[in-house]
Design a protein around this ligand. Structure first.
Ligand SMILES: [Zn+2]
Length: 480
C-alpha cells in the first residue's frame, strides 16, 4: 500500500474557498483545528482536565438556562459545584431519545438565545426521530474535528470527496444536496442510483471522471461499487484515492480487507451519530480514537449482554445541550493508549443498537448478532471468499442467511460450517437456512448485516408472542 503523501497532489480550489467561507460565516474552524492538532498529543490527564472544565461550564449553563435540565437537576439536587471530577458525571441523569421526543423542542433550548446555525436530524430508523439544533461554535468544533481526523490519512482541507450516500431525497432535498456539494467541493452519489448493474457501472464511470481525493461512504455502498470496479477489470486502485472512510454501518473485517485490496489505500472507520456528528475515528494504526475534546463518551455497564451502553455528552453545543445522551449502541473503551502516541482514548469495540443486534430465540435465549462477525472472520481465516452477507430472522424459530460466495467449492464449505459451527450457538429450536444468491440488493438507507422482524424490539422486551412474527412478508429479506 502506498503512503498517503505519495498520492496525487493537485491544486483544489476548495483549499482556498473553504477557509474563506469559514471566515465569511464567522466559523472558527481553522482556530479550533490548530488547537485540536496540538491537544491530540496531550497526556490523558490533561485531556481529562479539559473535559472536566467544559463539562462543568455546560452543566452550569444548562441548569440555569435550559428548562428540561433546570427541572431534572433540581429534582435530583445536583448543581455544577457537585461535578468535581469526571467521575461525578455519573450523578447526572441519563437522557434518552424518548425524553427528547416526548417533550416540545423548546424544553431543551437555552433561553440565553442565539440562532441555530445547523439542524441535525436522525433518520428515525429507531422509531424515535430526533431533531437537534446546533450553535455556530459547536458546529465549527465538529468540522475542525473531522479535518483533524482526516489529516491522519493525508486528506487536506478542500480535497475532493466522493460521497456514497443512502438517503432518499425529494426534489428540494436533492437541490440542497447539490448546493452543499458545490460549496464543499464534493460529489454525492445516492444509493437509489446504485440499484442495478448498469447504473452502478455509470456511477463508477462518473466517479472516475470526477477524480476524487477520497471516498466517504456507507460500507454497503462502497462494497457494491468496488465489486464493479473489480468486475470491470479496472487497474488496481483506478480511483487512486488517499483513503476510503466508512461510516454509519458496521464495517466487518472481511469487508475491510476486500476494500483495501480494490482501493489499495487505508480503509478508515468512523463512528458518529446524527445528533452530535463525529464521535470517534480510526488513526493510522486502525485504532478508533474518541474525539475527547468535543465529547465525553462513557460506556455504562448494566445490561445482561456483557457490554456497556454508549452515553455521550456534547461538550460544545450550548444552544441545545445533550448531556449523558444514550445512543443505544454498545461499546468498550480500551484500557491502554494507542501506540500512535495520541492521548485520545480508544474505543476498542462498537456495535449497533442494542435492540437491533439481539437475536431472540423461541426458548427465550438472547444471542448477540456479533456471532455472525465471528463466524465470517473464521471463514475468512480459512480462505473462504465471501462478498456479501445478510442474516434475516423471519420468525422466532427461523433465520435465513443470504450469502454471496463466488466460488462453488467455498459455497459447499460454507454450508457445512454453518451447520456445524453457527447453528449450535442459536439452539436446536432455530432453523438456520443458507441461501446462496448472486447479490444482495441495497435499499436507500442504512444496510445492516442482521435484520429481524420489525416487532423484534417488542420481543426483546418480552412482550411479543411467536404468532406475531408469522405474517411478516419474507420478500423484505433483501433477496431479489
Ligand atoms: Zn492511534
Amino acid at each position: 500500500m502506498r503512503p498517503a503523501n505519495d498520492r496525487k497532489r493537485r491544486f483544489r480550489p476548495h483549499s482556498v474557498l473553504l477557509p474563506l467561507f469559514f471566515r465569511l460565516r464567522n466559523l472558527k474552524v481553522l482556530e479550533h483545528l490548530a488547537f485540536l492538532q496540538e491537544s491530540q498529543f496531550w497526556p490523558r490527564e490533561r485531556l481529562e482536565e479539559l473535559q472536566l472544565a467544559r463539562l462543568r461550564k455546560l452543566v452550569k449553563h444548562a441548569s440555569e438556562t435550559v428548562p428540561y435540565y433546570r427541572e431534572v437537576f433540581a429534582r435530583s439536587g445536583i448543581t455544577a459545584q457537585d461535578i468535581r471530577t469526571l467521575d461525578d458525571v455519573k450523578r447526572l441523569p441519563i437522557l434518552s431519545k424518548e425524553d427528547i421526543v416526548d417533550r416540545p423542542l423548546s424544553a431543551f433550548l437555552s433561553s440565553s438565545g442565539g440562532r441555530p446555525f445547523a439542524v441535525r436530524k436522525t433518520s428515525g430508523t429507531t422509531g424515535h426521530p430526533v431533531t437537534v439544533l446546533v450553535d455556530r461554535d459547536a458546529y465549527a468544533w465538529s468540522i475542525a474535528a473531522r479535518y483533524r481526523c482526516e489529516q491522519w490519512h493525508g486528506i487536506r482541507i478542500g480535497d475532493r470527496q466522493a460521497r456514497l450516500w443512502g438517503r432518499a431525497l425529494d426534489q428540494k432535498g436533492r437541490r440542497l444536496e447539490s448546493l452543499r456539494d458545490l460549496t464543499l467541493g464534493r460529489r454525492t452519489i445516492n444509493a437509489s442510483n446504485m440499484m442495478d448493474a448498469s447504473s452502478l457501472r455509470r456511477q463508477v464511470q462518473g466517479l472516475l471522471a470526477c477524480s476524487p481525493d477520497y471516498v466517504y461512504a456507507y460500507p454497503s455502498l462502497v462494497l457494491a461499487l468496488s465489486e464493479h470496479l473489480k468486475e470491470d477489470s479496472l487497474p488496481r486502485n483506478a480511483l487512486h484515492v488517499k483513503a476510503v472512510i466508512c461510516t454509519a454501518e458496521k464495517l466487518h473485517g472481511f469487508q475491510k480487507r476486500f476494500l483495501a485490496e480494490v482501493f489499495d489505500c487505508p480503509i478508515v472507520d468512523e463512528y458518529g451519530c446524527s445528533e452530535i456528528d463525529i464521535l470517534a475515528f480510526d488513526c493510522e494504526r486502525g485504532q478508533k480514537h474518541i474525539v475527547a475534546e468535543n465529547v465525553l463518551l462513557e460506556v455504562v455497564k448494566g445490561n445482561d449482554l456483557g457490554a456497556g451502553e454508549v452515553v455521550v455528552t456534547d461538550l460544545n453545543n450550548r444552544l441545545m445541550p445533550l448531556i449523558r445522551y444514550k445512543l443505544g449502541d454498545i461499546g468498550v473503551i480500551a484500557p491502554n493508549p494507542c501506540e500512535c502516541g495520541r492521548g485520545l482514548p480508544v474505543l476498542s469495540s462498537i456495535c449497533g443498537r442494542t435492540s437491533d443486534q439481539v437475536i431472540m430465540t423461541p426458548d427465550g435465549k438472547r444471542v448477540h448478532s456479533v456471532i455472525f462477525d465471528y463466524f465470517l472472520e473464521r471463514l475468512a481465516g480459512m480462505g473462504i471468499g465471501i462478498r456479501q452477507f445478510k442474516a434475516v430472522q423471519e420468525r422466532l424459530d427461523r433465520i435465513t442467511l443470504y450469502l454471496v460466495v463466488p466460488n462453488e467449492d467455498d459455497r459447499r464449505k460454507t454450508d457445512l460450517l454453518v451447520a456445524r459451527d453457527l447453528a449450535p450457538s442459536l439452539g436446536h429450536r432455530v432453523r438456520l437456512e443458507t441461501k446462496h444468491v448472486p447479490r444482495i440488493d441495497l435499499f436507500p438507507g442504512k444496510f445492516s448485516c442482521f435484520e429481524a422482524h420489525p416487532s423484534l424490539a417488542g420481543a426483546w422486551r418480552g412482550h411479543t408472542s411467536q404468532e406475531e412474527f408469522t405474517n411478516w412478508d419474507s420478500s423484505q429479506s433483501g433477496e431479489r
